[in-house]
Design a protein around this ligand. Structure first.
Ligand SMILES: Cc1ncc(COP(=O)(O)O)c(C=O)c1O
Length: 474
């Protein structure tokens, strides 16, 4: 009943927005996924339902609607690109938001002001951040004085780069790495210094010799991604200690993006850089986090950062104008205050999805190679060189690149690589959108990133469809 009325609301919304056609075409397909894929073993999410596919089509979601629009899809089984989740959000968040919605005034919010000026005062929003990190991860050095807020992890990272990495200086990263960092590099007019990781026994590791070799005096900051997007490493304490020690030795400030911290697979651990044993190392870092990945609140625009080093904190803070909005603050506060049980169940469910996807691909899609089960994040990194070879993707790309198509976001011509060709092929033939590795720096060639934060049924339907589409190639 609930879904039906939501669908109708959405249809009328879309008609008004001139998008009615795509949703009507998508509706029956999603319904059929729900029926056909019932054979995928449901995984208990406790009292939370992660198993029932939740239709996001027509809500202006990048995850689904952008794939439909940019890939010209007439049918879709799954959007598996951008890093947000398909689930309904934690009930505690909806309860908090509903309560606040009853008050019909949206003036300036005191909780934001406290942090924007670091008054040292505390409030439920600040307490929520501090307690979540203390209880779950043993981070005891976040205080109202060294905690800043802003609308997203990016704007925090950019602020730190503006403080420490002048235009033309180098930004060291172990690659492949989250493509958004290259946007931050472009915005700050700095230069990406890439150290390709190496695959050791099915998992990526930093090539330490190469990493240190690239630490020239022109390199001022290093962006660390922990757990790592896209390769799914949850870095160990030893690795992090080595990473930060080398950076300290070469006067490089570590910008630690720990936005994926809440997603760690069974048997692994998220180690915050702020908990390293040596205070000198911790003081060479600034950490960026948010509720946007953990509780899939990316559209709420509420993130935060902290550093135990007063100078790093102050110089970063000087470049930030907080600009939060009340709904984002309420959503974050509600998530941290009442979302722990949901988060635990969600992490469990994702862990099961990782097992499912990893085993499925190894057993049923021989043209795609995947390493060990990811240790963290809800992303998985796929080597599609076998598919590219089979398709003759390189030849196709060479042909297309004589007159490269416009990038749908920038409008500028963009050369196609093997992974773009394979991604387009799967969108067209498997009705599944997977993100090309092109934007993830060195090591992204011949790879696709797959987001598995969806219902098990949708995941199975997507993998079945990819397997089927690739069988046709063989
Ligand atoms: C590692 C990483 N950092 C940052 C972001 C974006 O964060 P925000 O939306 O808070 O700016 C993402 C989103 O996918 C991400 O994966």
């Amino acid at each position: 009943m609930e879904d039906q009325s939501q669908g109708q609301d959405r249809r009328s919304f879309l008609r008004n927005a001139g998008m009615g056609g795509s949703v009507l075409a998508m509706g029956p397909l999603l319904a059929s996924i729900q029926a056909d894929a019932a054979s995928a073993a449901p995984m208990a999410g406790g009292k939370f339902d992660f198993d029932t596919p939740y239709n996001r089509i027509g809500t202006n979601s990048v995850h689904w609607d952008m794939a439909i629009r940019d890939e010209h899809m007439t049918k879709i089984i799954a959007g598996m690109g951008v890093a947000d989740m398909d689930f309904k959000c934690a009930p505690a968040i909806m309860a908090g938001l509903r309560k606040r919605m009853e008050h019909e005034n949206w003036g300036y919010n005191l909780m934001e002001i406290d942090l924007a000026f670091n008054t040292g005062r505390t409030n439920p929003f600040i307490d929520g951040i501090i307690e979540w990190n203390r209880k779950r991860y043993g981070i005891t050095n976040v205080t109202p004085k060294n905690l800043g807020v802003n609308t997203g992890v990016h704007s925090g990272i950019i602020a730190a780069m503006q403080a420490y990495a002048p235009p033309g200086s180098g930004v060291l990263m172990a690659t492949p790495i989250y493509g958004g960092f290259y946007g931050d590099v472009a915005r700050t007019k700095t230069v990406a210094v890439e150290s390709p990781m190496k695959m050791v026994n099915g998992r990526f590791e930093i090539d330490w010799e190469d990493f240190e070799r690239r630490m020239t005096p022109n390199v001022k900051v290093s962006i660390l991604c922990n757990p790592q997007n896209p390769v799914g490493r949850a870095w160990t304490k030893e690795e992090l200690t080595k990473y930060v020690s080398l950076c300290l030795k070469h006067n490089i400030v570590v910008l630690s993006d720990e936005i994926h911290c809440d997603f760690v697979s069974k048997g692994h651990k998220y180690v915050p850089v702020a908990t390293l044993d040596d205070k000198k190392l911790v003081d060479n870092t600034i950490t960026f986090k948010s509720v946007s990945k953990s509780f899939s609140l990316a559209g709420m625009k509420c993130a935060w950062y902290f550093s135990t080093n007063p100078e790093i904190f102050a110089r970063t803070q000087a470049n930030v104008h907080a600009d939060l909005n009340t709904l984002g603050v309420v959503a974050a506060q509600s998530a941290y205050a009442g979302g722990a049980e949901w988060m635990d169940a969600c992490v469990d469910y994702i862990d099961g999805n990782h097992d499912f996807a990893n085993q499925y691909i190894k057993a049923n899609i021989p043209l795609i190679k995947t390493g060990a089960k990811p240790e963290g994040t809800y992303l998985t990194w796929l080597d599609i060189s076998g598919v590219a070879d089979k398709m003759g993707a390189q030849k196709m790309a060479d042909q297309i690149n004589k007159n490269p198509p416009a990038n749908p976001m920038t409008g500028k011509p963009q050369k196609q690589q093997n992974e773009d060709i394979v991604s387009h092929y799967l969108a067209k033939n498997a009705f599944v959108y997977l993100q090309p590795g092109t934007g993830f720096g060195l090591g992204g060639h011949n790879h696709l990133r797959m987001n598995i934060a969806t219902s098990r049924r949708t995941l199975k339907a997507a993998l079945d469809s990819v397997a089927g589409a690739l069988k046709n190639l063989a």
